[in-house]
Design a protein around this ligand. Structure first.
Ligand code: NAD
Length: 336
């Protein structure tokens, strides 16, 4: 059995960060430097706030600002084998506060990559990017090689960070991988500052018997992935041997393409017709401009060839939320 390794997760107190850490703890192993599964000896959970409920002895909670070099250098210690870089300021907030977005989404990514380079041991770095890197004059089908033309500051920051990671990988400083995540739905809890927050709200609020506002017209198309499948894909992409990826390190994760009207119809079909009545349609031009600039038709054959699987359909996404968050089953505990 290979020696235990250290994994760093940034943004570890966030929605996906907490789920990723729980999934890693439940698995107990992850792809190690030589490609074989290695036991996880330590998981550094780095965030500006401490997560609750992580009392496993393998957990090392570090609270700090990732845009502070001393914090980054402390987290990326000599024994770091893998980094999952999830910390970010989400789309709506990065648009409203340009300086904050630049600091967290871009400056911190550079500090992190520099700390990894300084190790000299070529750690694996898994970066969560977004479909927001695309926009403008798009082809009918978007694939991994479609030129990037972000239409928001968040998308630009993700695109530049992707390029940084790509070059650090090309130079042999890190073994980098980029997962471009579809919009993750259904996100539990309260609405967040992401422009796409309604993509969860119009399902989550009705299922909790609360009103929801949909700020875009029913025909607006979204590209969605459940948190459950997102975490599975992140770990799987992390574990793929470098040779199988070659130079092409950026992968669009598989999603479900569906319009917002069909989402609400699916909710009614899965949970009951009365749930659709909780959704009020009220257009918000600022949200519509950002969300409708993202592509909705995708060719994800590369992700499929790499063995990355998404949800079967939107009904599966609704059911995943019910099983994992609304009425968690024992099986959900290890998953989320
Ligand atoms: N959820 C989605 O729909 C979605 C879609 C596409 C891409 N992504 C990307 O996936 C990643 C995780 O998303 P999420 O939904 O879990 O977001 P989240 O907002 O729930 O989590 C982000 C975490 O980053 C932390 N953070 C922010 N600034 C920080 C700083 N300066 N130093 C340290 N930590 C800091 C926050 O405290 C938060 O816990 C992000 O990179 C996001 O851009 C998410």
């Amino acid at each position: 059995m290979p020696a235990p390794i250290t994994v760093v997760v940034t943004g570890a107190s966030g929605f996906l960060g907490q789920r990723l850490v729980r999934a890693l703890l439940a698995r107990g192993t992850v792809g190690g430097p030589d490609g074989a599964q290695a036991p996880i000896g330590r998981i550094v959970m780095l965030d500006v706030s401490a997560p609750a409920g992580f009392d496993d002895p393998r957990i090392d909670i570090q609270v700090g600002d990732l845009a502070d070099e001393a914090v980054v250098r402390r987290a990326i210690a000599h024994d770091t084998a893998s980094v999952f870089h999830l910390a970010a300021v989400v789309s709506g907030q990065a648009e409203a506060d340009f300086e904050l977005g630049m600091r967290v989404n871009l400056d911190a990514a550079r500090l992190l990559l520099e700390a990894c380079r300084a190790l000299g041991s070529v750690p694996r770095v898994m970066f969560t990017s977004s479909v927001a890197v695309y926009g403008g004059d798009l082809p009918a089908l978007v694939d991994d090689r479609t030129p990037l033309d972000p239409q928001s500051s968040y998308g630009m920051q993700k695109a530049v960070a992707e390029m940084l990671l790509n070059d650090y990988a090309r130079k042999g400083f890190v073994d980098g991988r980029v997962a471009r995540l579809p919009t993750i739905s259904v996100r539990p809890g309260r609405p967040n500052a992401a422009a796409s927050s309604f993509a969860s709200g119009i399902i989550r609020e009705p299922l909790n018997r609360e009103p929801a506002v949909c700020p875009v017209p029913p025909e607006s198309r979204l590209w969605l992935l459940s948190p459950r499948k997102a975490i599975e894909c992140l770990v799987a992409l992390h574990d793929i041997p470098a040779a199988a990826l070659g130079r092409a390190r950026k992968v669009n994760l598989p999603g479900v393409s569906i319009n917002v009207g069909e989402m609400v119809q699916t909710l009614a079909r899965v949970a009951g017709p009365e749930y659709a009545d909780y959704v009020r349609w009220e257009r918000n031009p600022a949200i519509e401009r950002i969300v409708c600039s993202w592509p909705a038709a995708w060719d994800v054959s590369r992700a499929t060839e790499l063995g990355l699987a998404g949800d079967a359909d939107f009904a599966a996404i609704v059911r995943a939320y019910i099983e994992d968050d609304l009425h968690p089953t024992p099986a959900a505990a290890g998953r989320a």
